[in-house]
Design a protein. Structure first.
Length: 184
C-alpha cells in the first residue's frame, strides 16, 4: 500500500482546519474521521511540530486539526501537515511521540479530541478566517484559495471542548482504545 504524501495536497501553514477540510474532499479520505485537538484551557502542548524552534520541545497550540485515515486492512493513520513525524503516521506512534505525558499537565491543558466523520466536518465547518486577523492585519499569511465561508464562522464550536454540537469528545486513551478496536 502506498501511503499519502504531504506534497500532493493543499497546504498553508497555520491553517490546519482548512488543510484538513481540503483533505476531506479527496475520495481516498471521505470515509475517515477528523480530529480537532484542543483543551479546556487556552492551549495544549504538542511535540514534533514543524513550527517549534526545537522539535523535541512542546509547541503550545490553541487547537490543531488532523485526519484519522481509515486505510486498507483496518490500519489507522494520523495525517498531520504540521508534524515532523511522517505525514502519515500510525495512530499509536503519533500519540506516543506527539503528546506530553498527561500526568505532568494541569487538567485544563490535557488535550481532548473531537472526533467526527470527515464528511460531517467538510459539510459543517464554516471559517471566514476572522480568527486569523487582528487590528494590524493577518496573523499568518492566508492561503491562496477561498475560505470555507465568506461571511460566517463556526470554527469556535469545533475548538471549544465545552461545546458538544459536533462529533464526540474523547480523551487520548479513548481514541487509542477506539482505533484499536477498529483494527481488530
Amino acid at each position: 500500500m502506498k501511503l499519502p504524501e504531504r506534497e500532493r495536497y493543499r497546504y498553508q501553514s497555520r491553517y490546519c482546519e482548512e488543510n484538513i477540510w481540503h483533505l476531506c474532499q479527496q475520495p481516498e479520505f471521505q470515509h475517515s474521521d477528523v480530529m480537532v485537538i484542543a483543551s479546556k484551557g487556552r492551549f495544549f502542548p504538542i511535540l514534533c511540530q514543524r513550527e517549534a524552534s526545537v522539535p523535541t520541545e512542546p509547541l503550545l497550540w490553541d487547537y490543531h486539526v488532523v485526519l484519522l485515515w481509515h486505510a486498507a486492512l483496518g490500519v489507522r493513520y494520523i495525517l498531520d501537515f504540521d508534524t515532523t513525524l511522517p505525514f502519515c503516521t500510525p495512530v499509536a506512534d503519533y500519540f506516543h511521540q506527539a503528546f506530553v505525558d498527561e500526568s505532568v499537565l494541569k487538567p485544563r491543558f490535557v488535550p481532548l479530541f473531537r472526533v467526527m466523520p470527515s464528511a460531517e466536518y467538510a459539510e459543517k465547518l464554516l471559517s471566514d478566517r476572522r480568527h486569523m486577523r487582528d487590528a494590524n492585519g493577518w496573523l499568518a499569511e492566508p492561503p491562496p484559495w477561498s475560505p470555507t465561508s465568506v461571511t460566517d464562522s463556526n470554527l469556535h464550536k469545533f475548538t471549544d471542548m465545552h461545546d458538544t454540537d459536533y462529533g464526540q469528545i474523547l480523551t487520548a486513551a479513548q481514541v487509542l482504545m477506539h482505533t484499536g478496536k477498529l483494527m481488530q
